[in-house]
Design a protein around this ligand. Structure first.
Ligand code: KIV
Ligand code: ZN
Length: 544
């Protein structure tokens, strides 16, 4: 059996389905570029049948990221996959979306568990077998590379799975993905499931790749994925930061670093350049607005922090006392940047390039202006500060409303007041002043009075990016569109109003709060414009 595990990233499909993770097409394209640069083997770019926007986003990724830049070796280009339910219309749309890639893949799925077949599909097992056979063949008529997933395999009868998967092989599937859709199995059970499939599926041969796809409802997604790999799976379906439906999917960085750090145990390789993990994690977090918890394995802010005296003492004597991975292996550089306000553009460009941010001249001008501004207020600037600055400047949705100026007064007089100026979509400046229960409340009231999009603030979080009184503050908010704004989405796509996340970073935490709120509001406005387009085309569908 070969010792290479393909990394199939589904951040843009399963990940994007998590509440609040909605990304615009431009953001998805940017993430796909990063995933490709990091060495991901397969990018599941979306679910093209969901809407014309989704189809277009997958098409763009296939055309750009799925094709080798002139002269580069073809082997570096990722496969671009599109998801399709097992029906002709979905499969046709998936093919339409991925066919421009050098290596296209159609990924089709149908549920096989008794619960799903009875209550959701209302199909009996024979009908399911028949449908799988026909739809895999339909996908194969377009594309050599076809993946089939028996949804809810974790709760399916193994003997039934062998039959369904055998039919999928007969009809031309080359990858068989085994989803633990509801995160129900334990590592031992999942190992046995994968091993049983490899040993008992009729027609199984060396050209078939077995893939693992786990959800984290019981916190066992990574353990299950690794168990499946030990049993012989050679593709792992994962997302950056583990984002995904409910409790999320298996996180890419955990699987990749487990295989690397415990190489003697697994003896397996991936093609991931692990030094890029931290940057891509930050990018996905900024675009989705889903903050990474500080104690998150590999990419959390505290993943390499040592607080306890005994630990610090050990670290000073020898790093391996408390560190099983080197922070630089995942792209965390803890050295402070010794650039101050007298440093030049070239020094900044070099540092950003070393961190994986290749900025063009216009972008560098913007980053440099922000850097100078920060250097005036903060003595030492770390890579974490720079990451936040780049995220704040570049990873944001189209700025329908843009912060122009903000003045806030607050204190013990009980009348916190915010006066704000925003540049609107009409290019004009709109100003408003409001009193609130605190400075953030006053600021948000003033913003609401100008933007006039009914919404409900669900979450507000603030944290310091680095230690020290002069640290940058990062604010993350989640908002929900009020009913009137979501009539169309509720009918055609989701049963509940969508959640939009936003974040902002600044050394002034009220400015960071204003930016975060505007960031989320801009996403809401952009997405509602896209929804109106969908409504016109009567195209919205729900993932089955
Ligand atoms: O979790 C799941 O079952 C899925 C399939 C569509 C592959 O995401
Ligand atoms: Zn899934």
């Amino acid at each position: 059996m070969n010792n290479y595990v393909k990394i199939f990233d589904t951040t843009l499909r399963d990940g994007e389905q998590s509440p609040g993770a909605t990304m615009t097409s431009a953001e998805k394209l940017d993430v796909a570029r990063s995933l490709a640069a990091m060495g991901v083997d397969v990018i599941e770019a979306g679910f093209p049948a969901a809407s014309p926007d989704d189809l277009e986003a997958v098409r763009q990724i296939a055309a750009e990221v799925g094709n080798p830049p002139d002269g580069s070796p073809e082997a570096k280009v990722p496969t671009v996959a599109g998801l399709a339910r097992a029906n002709k219309s979905d499969i046709d749309k998936a093919w339409e979306a991925v066919k421009g890639a050098k290596k296209p893949r159609i990924h089709t799925f149908l549920a096989t568990s008794p619960i799903h077949m009875k209550h959701k599909l209302k199909m009996d097992p024979e009908e399911v077998i028949q449908r799988v056979s026909e739809m895999v063949a339909h996908a194969k008529s377009y594309c050599d590379d076809v993946e089939f997933s028996p949804e809810d395999a974790g709760r399916s009868e193994p003997e039934f799975l062998y039959v369904v998967l055998g039919e999928a092989i007969k009809s031309g599937a080359t990858t068989l993905n085994i989803p633990d859709t509801v995160g129900y199995t334990t590592p031992d059970e999942y190992y046995a499931l994968i091993k049983g499939i490899i040993d008992n599926t009729p027609g199984m041969h060396a050209g078939i790749t077995i893939s693992v796809h786990c959800h984290d409802d019981l916190g066992m997604a990574t353990a299950n994925t690794l168990a499946g790999i030990r049993a012989g799976a050679r593709q792992a379906e994962v997302t950056m930061n583990g984002i995904g439906e409910r409790a999320g999917n298996t996180s890419l960085e955990e699987v990749v670093m487990a295989l690397k750090t415990r190489h003697p145990v697994f003896g397996l390789e991936t093609g991931i350049e692990t030094q890029q993990l931290s940057r891509v994690s930050k990018q996905v977090s900024s675009y989705t607005g889903i903050a990474v918890q500080p104690n998150k394995a590999i990419v959390g802010a505290n993943a390499f922090a040592h607080e306890a005296g005994i630990h610090q003492d050990g670290m000073l004597k020898n790093q391996s006392t408390y560190e099983i991975m080197r922070p630089e292996d995942v792209g965390v550089n803890q050295t402070n940047l010794v650039l101050g306000k007298h440093s030049g553009r070239a020094a900044l460009r070099n540092r950003l390039a070393a961190m994986g941010h290749a900025l063009d001249d216009v972008e560098l001008d913007k980053a440099f202006a922000r850097f100078k501004d920060l250097a005036d207020r903060k003595k030492t600037i770390t890579d974490l500060d720079l990451e936040a600055l780049v995220a704040d400047e570049f990873y944001k949705p189209r700025e329908v409303f843009q912060l122009d100026d903000l003045i806030v007064t607050c204190g013990t007089m009980d009348m916190p007041t915010a006066t704000i100026r925003l540049r609107g979509p009409d290019g004009k400046i709109h100003a408003h002043a409001a009193i609130g229960s605190g400075p953030v409340d006053a600021t948000y009231k003033a913003i609401r009075a100008i933007v006039k999009v009914p919404n409900h603030l669900m979450d507000f979080n603030i944290h310091a990016i680095t230690a020290g009184i002069d640290a940058l503050g990062e604010v993350t908010v989640r908002i929900q569109a009020a009913k009137a704004q979501t009539a169309m989405s509720a009918q055609s796509e989701r049963e509940y109003p969508r959640i939009y996340s936003g974040n902002g970073a600044d050394s002034d935490i009220i400015v960071a709060s204003a930016k975060a709120y505007l960031n989320a509001l801009n996403k809401l406005i952009v997405s509602q414009t896209e929804d109106t387009e969908k409504e016109k085309n009567n195209f919205g569908v729900m993932l089955g």
